[in-house]
Design a protein. Structure first.
Length: 513
């Protein structure tokens, strides 16, 4: 058993490496973070999330209230443009995730070895550094998105569940529940850790503790009250209008995206499995995956099947969801599984070292540095192989599109968008930076929703034909001649009725054919 009492020096030895690896990770992420809004790394949602947070608004489903509130709080720091601050918010959350990964790896290894030594601390540091430089986490740590904060809450809940020395206190269970509830306000897929957490905690579960956990979780979930309260102010970003029960449920349940859930066509399953395997290899190479499998086997062989099963369930849940979610960016849901892989890698390295040197003390001088060098080679390999592709410090594609688009649009023009990235970019420019609020921007894909049509009618009372959710063609017919109308993306279904002329980054509707 581990001792619960540590001298100040021992506490420094335990936590200082975790702080160090977090600082290193933060430096890497901050140095490679995007300077403004970016569409790189599937970061199309950034403009919507930032605009909603900064206007006390409601972003796309499931509303992400914890992200909005934490991001707005972080944006108070004077760290450049608002977009840059939100990019750095992701960097800080990802770096904190790396530190929690170190602490979790150290705790798991110490429970196996019945002690903490410098080698366990070094293994935990190297494994967490490998996770820090894994390309998927890195890609999300440099943009304004929810997946780095989500990873933080996954790591936090897992670490809290591993603190067996504190599980006898009901207040600690309330803290775990609070962390889970707040984390669900970042992303609902945090629910996938619940089966694994239940296994880890089942031996310590008592009615009073479970009640404390439930109450803590309920307190955390009250973060979702932000959504109807924000909607009452009719902010410029107000998805679903969650002031009503139906609107609230439509938003938080992600009903808009239910069609993607477990919807991957069967004929694409093999190719998606292959992509999943390549992506897993991409994070840690064959060395890391070998160490991870050895770590899992070590737990099974040494009688710690509970840990193997609990982490395996979490890994399987996130993998299954990502593989069967029918979008091209579903790989980002795998970040928690890569965190778990890092824990397995740490245990695999510890198990190898323990087996190599237990009966051969004379081999320690050579074999320990060699094994640690192999583990250290993973982040070096990742940095060398992925730095150039993941460095967004000079990425200006989205900014160039925005500037060219705003330059082309005349005063009071109507722009009909067809892609989220264009809509969200213009939301950020207009409602956060306060530029070109004269424009009438209509999301052509949302126009079918009554709540969206009502919002447009309130925001732009001079726009005609908004009594019922109109089609794009009806909207154009009612307003052509009143507005200069442009398209952000070409629409073939309109070409039969209207003369559409390419105009820089846009397409102008010049009149009916």
């Amino acid at each position: 058993m581990q001792s619960n009492s540590h001298t100040p020096q021992q506490r420094v030895y335990r936590y200082l490496p975790g702080l160090a690896v977090s600082v290193l990770a933060l430096a890497l992420y901050a140095f490679t973070a995007a300077p403004w809004i970016t569409w790189a790394n599937d970061g199309d949602d950034g403009g919507d999330l930032i605009a909603a947070a900064m206007t006390w608004g409601v972003p796309h489903p499931s509303g992400y209230p914890t992200y909005c509130l934490l991001g707005r709080l972080f944006a108070l720091l004077p760290l450049g443009s608002i977009a840059r601050r939100f990019n750095l918010f992701s960097a800080v959350m990802a770096a904190a995730t790396v530190g929690l990964t170190y602490l979790s790896a150290l705790r798991l290894m110490a429970r196996m070895a019945k002690r903490e030594t410098w080698s366990e601390r070094l293994i935990a540091l190297l494994a967490s550094l490998a996770f820090a430089t894994s390309p998927t986490l890195w890609s999300q740590a440099t943009i304004a998105e929810v997946y780095a904060p989500q990873a933080f809450f996954v790591a936090l809940c897992l670490y809290l569940a591993l603190r067996t020395d504190l599980l006898k206190h009901p207040s600690y269970w309330a803290l775990m529940g609070l962390a889970l509830g707040l984390g669900l306000g970042i992303h609902l897929t945090l629910l996938f850790i619940l089966p694994g957490l239940a296994l880890l905690l089942r031996k310590d579960a008592r009615p009073a503790r479970l009640l404390a956990f439930a109450l803590g979780m309920l307190c955390g979930l009250t973060i979702y009250l932000y959504l109807p309260l924000a909607a009452r102010g009719d902010p410029p970003i107000n998805w679903g209008d969650p002031r009503t029960l139906d609107g609230f449920w439509w938003l938080i349940s992600g009903k808009l995206y239910h069609g993607y859930l477990f919807a991957l066509p069967k004929e694409h399953l093999l190719s998606r499995l292959g992509a999943w395997a390549r992506l897993w290899f991409q994070q840690y190479a064959w060395i890391g995956l070998t160490l991870a499998l050895i770590g899992l086997w070590s737990w099974l062989e040494k009688g710690h099947r509970l840990w193997a099963l609990a982490t395996g369930l979490m890994f399987a849940a996130y993998s299954l969801y990502a593989i069967t979610y029918d979008t091209t960016d579903s790989y980002v849901y795998l970040i928690p599984s890569f965190l778990l892989t890092a824990l397995w890698m740490a245990e695999g390295t510890r198990a190898i070292l323990a087996g190599l040197v237990s009966d051969r003390p004379q081999a320690r001088r050579l074999l320990v540095p060699l094994s640690l060098a192999l583990l250290a080679g993973i982040p070096v390999w990742s940095l060398a192989g992925h730095y150039q592709a993941l460095d967004l410090s000079q990425e200006h594609t989205a900014a160039q599109w925005a500037e060219e688009t705003l330059r082309q649009l005349p005063q009071g023009a109507m722009l009909i968008t067809g892609e989220d990235r264009h809509t969200f970019m213009l939301d950020y420019v207009r409602w956060v930076e306060g530029r070109r609020q004269d424009l009438v921007v209509v999301d052509g894909e949302l126009l079918q929703h009554p709540w969206y049509a009502r919002q447009l009618a309130r925001r732009y009372p001079s726009v005609q034909g908004m009594g019922d959710p109109p089609s794009i063609e009806q909207l154009i017919r009612a307003n052509l001649g009143r507005y200069a109308i442009y398209l952000a993306s070409p629409r073939e279904e309109l070409a039969r009725t209207y003369a559409i002329i390419p105009s820089g980054t846009l397409w102008k509707i010049s009149g009916a054919r």
